[in-house]
Write a protein that binds this ligand. Sequence first.
Ligand code: NAI
Length: 345
Amino acid sequence: MIKVAFFDAKAYDKPSFEQYGSARDVQFRFLETKLNEDTVELARGCDAVCVFVNDTVNAAVIDRLYEYGVRLLALRSAGYNNVDVRAAFGKIHVVHVPAYSPYAVAEHAMALLLTSVRRIHKAYNRTREFNFSLSGLTGFDFHGKTVGVIGTGKIGRIFIDICRGFGMKVIAYDRFPAQDSGIEYVALEELFARSDVISLHCPLTEETRHMIDAAAIEKMKKGVVIVNTSRGGLIDTESLLEGIKARKIGAACLDVYEEEADIFFEDRSGHILNDELLARLISMPNVIVTSHQAFLTEEALNNIAETTVGNIRSYFDNDGLCDNELCYRCGHVERCKKERKERCF
Ligand code: NAI
């Protein structure tokens, strides 16, 4: 039996992880707390740890895990910006779930966009109080509008297909454009200048942090709608707020927020929200916030659990390959060993 400390466990995680874990002799110790330097002790006696997007896996946490004999860190997410993969290299193997349902995220991005532009959230609240006025609910047609997609990987491409279904014109920016994809790639500046809607689907890296800042917003069309289902750090939130207050940004649809780690995923309705920036954003009539919910479909939860358990078994059963492993060298043409089908170290 492989013992796994499962940090930041939520009620919706347990059924699928228990089902796939018990079928393959992987036992999860579900812990409600997030992993960080203060809680890492809870991983003692476990063979592996399983973490999510807001667990902190920095060099200090990695050293402690290594000291406790943990040799595998299994992310139950695609993004891994919360893990210091360089510090983990040579000590702890890191595996992730590269794709569980790109449809879930792309569909949520469109759900947010439609809700915002057609004012569904306002109409819902009104009719519940028998207020049938249409005042202030005017939206705009998607048909014929230009959507700028930043990041044309798995999720970005599905989002593009959905937008095309609405008759939108799609332009895109990607650091590594997909060849023969039929996508019209443009420079980032051009995307900012031409788009009626901008949707972010690239990872958070040193390069992409605050790619939407005051200078970028300055280049955008007045009334632009910004959708972020990727990572909060892609947007400089203060600049976003300024852009909204200046009426430059028409609407913002946010499933992620740069300071979400201590706020999202929990019921804070009985508490005073100490994050002024988030409180101000939420108070805006043209901002919709969901709390990192884009992945949350039944299909995605099953795929996440199945792949994570598979990743864990692959590491412990297999001396050679380690499914879905990643490290700081992955993707680097000269240094990446993946082509040779070996472990990262
Ligand atoms: P992917 O790896 O398939 O695609 C990412 C794309 O971004 C690639 O085409 C890559 O070339 C591009 N890219 C890399 N660096 C870039 C840069 N500097 N500028 C522009 N483009 C760049 O990833 P996938 O599966 O499509 O996921 C995208 C992001 O969605 C993830 O990184 C993650 O942060 C986020 N995500 C959010 C979820 C949620 O629940 N809100 C759930 C799953 C993923």
